[in-house]
Design a protein around this ligand. Structure first.
Ligand SMILES: [Zn+2]
Length: 428
C-alpha cells in the first residue's frame, strides 16, 4: 500500500485504562513477560464483540511445549492466491495457516480459499477484490490442531501458537505476535494478516495498532472449520481499512463522555444535528440501507449506551448476525481501499494496467488527456499510439486518469480520492 493507516486506537478511554494502544502497543506486565495488548473477540457467533487484555506471546504452559518447526520460517513456501498488481499499489492480505502439519497444507489452502470466498462475497469487498493481493504462507506446525481445543488444558505445538481460552476467555483465539511477524515477512507485502487456525471451534480475535517488521498493523485470527468465523475477519477489516468504530455498546456503560469521535460511523449529533451541520453521514440520512431499515441516528455505539449514535439499527460493525456494512460504512471502506491501493499503474509508454474491478459497485473508466485537454474518443482505452495523437512539435504531457464513478461514494473528498493517474512526457 502507499499510505499506512493505523487501526483505530480510539477505543473507549475507560476500557483502556490498563493498556495504551499505539506505537508502543504493549504494556509491561512482569519481568520476563512480553506484555499485553487490548484485543477484540466475539463471545457469541451472532453477537457483539468485547475487548480484553491478552498477552502478546502465549503463557508458559503453552510455550514450554513448543519446539522449532520442521520447516524453518524463512524456508516456508508462499503462494500468490491472487496477485493483481505490484505490492505498493495493492492491499496485501497475508494468510497464515496454524495447526496444519507439513502434510496438511492442501487442507490449509482449501480452508483459506473458503474464508476468503466468504469474506469477498460481502460488499464492498466483492466489488473491490481486484485491489487486493492474497498471499498464502504455508507455516508448518509440528502438531495438527490448536491449543485449547476442545478444552483449556489441551496444548499443541503449532507454528504461531494459536490458543483458545486466551486470558481465560474460551472464544478468544490468540497467537504469538512475533511468530506471526516472522512468517508474514515471507510474503512480498503485508498490510493485513489473517491467521486461520485448524479447528472447528468458534473463535477468533482482532489485534490492532500493531507495529511489525513485515509492515502489517493488524492481525485477525479465525478458526478454520467454523462457518461463522469468517465474519470476524470481515469485521476486523472494517477497523483496519475503513477506520470504522464498533457500533455496539456495553450494558451499564452509560453516556459517552468525550468529544466528537474521529471515526466516520459514530457521532454525538442527532440526525437533525448532522443535517444542519452537514457532518458525518448526513448525505445518507433517510436512504434504504443494505443492512436493513433506513439510515438515521440510532443511539448506542462505540461501547456507550447514550449520547452517541450509529447509522443503522444493525450492521456488521455492531453484531455478527449480519454480514452487511451500512451505507456510511461501505463508503468508508471504499475510501479506505483507495487510500491504500491504486486503480491504474503504468505498463509502458502510453500504456496502463487497470486494477481488475468488475462492474458492480465499482464503475471505473480510464480517460486520456494531452496537455490537460481530454482526448476525445480515447475514453476506456488501455493504450494509445503517440502517432494517433497528431501532436504539434515540442514536448507534451499525456495523462491517463482512472476514475471510479461509483454511487457508493457521496463525500466529494472520497470521490476525488477514488481516482489516480499516470503521466508521460512525449515529443511531437
Ligand atoms: Zn470491532
Amino acid at each position: 500500500m502507499r499510505v499506512r493507516t493505523p487501526w483505530p486506537t480510539a477505543l473507549a478511554a475507560g476500557l483502556l485504562a490498563a493498556a495504551v494502544l499505539g506505537a508502543a502497543g504493549t504494556t509491561a506486565r512482569a519481568a520476563g513477560d512480553e506484555g499485553t495488548r487490548t484485543v477484540e473477540y466475539f463471545p457469541d457467533s451472532r453477537g457483539a464483540g468485547r475487548h480484553t487484555e491478552a498477552p502478546t506471546s502465549p503463557p508458559g504452559r503453552i510455550s514450554r511445549e513448543q519446539q522449532a518447526p520442521a520447516v524453518a520460517p524463512d524456508a516456508t513456501p508462499v503462494t500468490p492466491l491472487q496477485r493483481t498488481g505490484p505490492s505498493d499499489g495493492r492491499l496485501d492480505l497475508v494468510v497464515i495457516g496454524d495447526g496444519y502439519t507439513a502434510d496438511q497444507q492442501g487442507d490449509f489452502h482449501q480452508d483459506a480459499q473458503a474464508k476468503l470466498d466468504a469474506i469477498f462475497a460481502i460488499e464492498p469487498y466483492k466489488s473491490y477484490q481486484g485491489l487486493f493481493n492474497f498471499w498464502l504462507v504455508d507455516a508448518a506446525s509440528n502438531q495438527s490442531g490448536v491449543s485449547g481445543d476442545p478444552t483449556k488444558d489441551v496444548v499443541r505445538d503449532t507454528a504461531v501458537s494459536s490458543y483458545f481460552f486466551c486470558s481465560d476467555t474460551e472464544r478468544l483465539l490468540c497467537v504469538d505476535e512475533k511468530k506471526v511477524d516472522t512468517y508474514a515477512q515471507q510474503a512480498p507485502g503485508s498490510d493485513i494478516v489473517f491467521v486461520i487456525s485448524n479447528s472447528s471451534k468458534y473463535g477468533g480475535a482482532g489485534y490492532s495498532g500493531l507495529t511489525s517488521t513485515a509492515g502489517h498493523t493488524g492481525i485477525a485470527t479465525m478458526s478454520s472449520d467454523n462457518d461463522r468465523s469468517y465474519l470476524i475477519g470481515a469485521h476486523e477489516l472494517g477497523h483496519s481499512i475503513g477506520l470504522l468504530a464498533d457500533e455496539y455498546q456495553y450494558d451499564g456503560y452509560g453516556t459517552y463522555p468525550d468529544s466528537e469521535p474521529a471515526e466516520p460511523n459514530t457521532t454525538k449529533q442527532t440526525a437533525d444535528g448532522m443535517r444542519s451541520m452537514q457532518t458525518k453521514w448526513y448525505r445518507w440520512l433517510g436512504q434504504n440501507d443494505p443492512a436493513g431499515g433506513t439510515v438515521g441516528a440510532y443511539e448506542g455505539a462505540g461501547y456507550y449506551e447514550y449520547g452517541i449514535y450509529r447509522p443503522t439499527q444493525n450492521s456488521i460493525m455492531r453484531a455478527l448476525d449480519t454480514d452487511a456494512f451500512n451505507l456510511p460504512g461501505r463508503e468508508a471502506m471504499i475510501a479506505g481501499f483507495y487510500r491504500n491501493a491504486d486503480l491504474v499503474t503504468a505498463a509502458g509508454t502510453l500504456r496502463v494496467d487497470l486494477a481488475p474491478l468488475p462492474k458492480g459497485l465499482a464503475d471505473v473508466q480510464v480517460r486520456w488527456y494531452v496537455d490537460g485537454a481530454e482526448v476525445v474518443g480515447a475514453a476506456g482505452e488501455r493504450a494509445l499510439k503517440a502517432a494517433s495523437l497528431n501532436l504539434r512539435k515540442g514536448t507534451h504531457t499525456v495523462t491517463a486518469k482512472a476514475v471510479d464513478r461509483t454511487t457508493a461514494l457521496r463525500d466529494p473528498a472520497a470521490r476525488q480520492a477514488a481516482s489516480n493517474s499516470v503521466t508521460w512526457t512525449v515529443s511531437g
